[in-house]
Design a protein around this ligand. Structure first.
Ligand code: GUN
Length: 319
């Protein structure tokens, strides 16, 4: 009886005069049976965003007589990086963005790379520059990132762009966290005052993700490899962003009923299927919203890279 009432009314103002509180009327097991998360479909959102960006690129190209340009630097032959770079270039092509690629051997020197970045910084056809990470051991990635003109840093990794986000004046924003924010917007949730727990503190995802959530008014906790009792943090989160890079680290039973779960993890299993940092099925029984793997955060990351390239292009042309 109470189960059906739950979705018709607020427990404090039950129009059937239900005098029991939510916790008295519904035990946790019933709640679990009733709750199945809505899927936050990153593939669909990415596709809608790409469609509108494609139209914008066509219009801007016509107006300014040139297309936006993205330069992608790949050093070495890491198979995963090769796939990512191929997808980035094909994303550009489909959107009408010109892509310039430098696929360099693993023994390329730091000096050569710095020279290349300097040329690309000066090239007026190039609006965005990215160095695919990781780079070989003998290369210092930070010095490459810092050599990129911040106005062309479409990955949002340059300390200038990270600093702009920290100072609440975002310029070019890191693609994966920016994509996660777009997914969170899809839920219609107001993030002000929400308890958000980011699991993972990497430069690429966890740290900028925390800054994005803070900018949106959330109360943010960043958990990392030294965090004690991860479970206790996840259990009180209204929003969990899992970006630890550890398959199944976040147990479904830790998820607070009604929470939103964003899974940035991506792991290939022995049967060739993909999975994330969160135990999906068990988490989906408790969450209100959850991103699938694949088809959640992944498709948003390249979309935000393309969006950043269009933003950089507009800034360069004063549009
Ligand atoms: N390697 C893994 N993720 C990324 C990313 O977002 N940008 C770049 N440049 N390299 C990566």
């Amino acid at each position: 009886r109470h189960a059906s009432i739950l979705f018709l009314c607020h427990p404090d103002q039950c129009r059937f005069s239900c005098s029991l509180s939510l916790s008295e009327s519904i035990n946790t097991a019933t709640m679990r049976d009733m709750t199945t998360a809505r899927i936050l479909d990153g593939k669909a959102l990415a596709s809608r965003m790409r469609e509108s960006l494609t139209a914008e690129v066509a219009e801007l190209t016509e107006k300014h007589g040139r297309a936006p340009g993205l330069a992608v630097i790949l050093v070495g032959s890491d198979p995963a990086s090769q796939v990512y770079v191929r997808n980035k270039k094909s994303g550009c092509e489909k959107m009408g963005i010109a892509s310039f690629s430098d696929d360099l051997p693993a023994d390329t020197t730091q000096q050569h790379l710095l020279g290349l970045i300097s040329e690309l910084n000066a090239d007026p056809k190039v609006d965005g520059i990215l160095v695919q990470l990781p780079v070989p051991e003998h290369i210092n990635p930070d010095s490459l990132i810092e050599a990129i003109d911040p106005g062309k840093d479409v990955d949002g990794f340059h300390p200038y762009n990270v600093g702009r986000l920290a100072a609440r004046k975002p310029a070019l924003r890191s693609c994966t966290p920016f994509g996660c924010m777009k997914l969170l917007q899809e839920t219609g949730m107001d993030l002000h005052g929400k308890e958000c727990v980011v699991v993972g503190a990497s430069n690429i995802v966890g740290r900028p993700m925390a800054l994005e959530l803070l900018l949106a008014g959330a109360t943010v906790t960043v958990a990392h490899k030294f965090t004690q009792d991860l479970r206790s943090h996840v259990e009180r989160a209204d929003v969990v962003v899992a970006a630890a890079g550890k398959q199944g680290l976040i147990k479904g039973e830790w998820i607070k009923p009604g929470a939103t779960v964003i899974d940035v993890g991506i792991h290939r299993l022995a049967d060739n299927s993909l999975t994330g940092d969160v135990e999906f099925e068990a988490a989906a029984e408790r969450a209100a919203w959850i991103t699938p793997v694949p088809g959640g955060v992944g498709p948003m990351t390249i979309t935000m890279l393309l969006a950043n390239t269009v933003e950089a292009f507009k800034a360069h042309l004063g549009d």
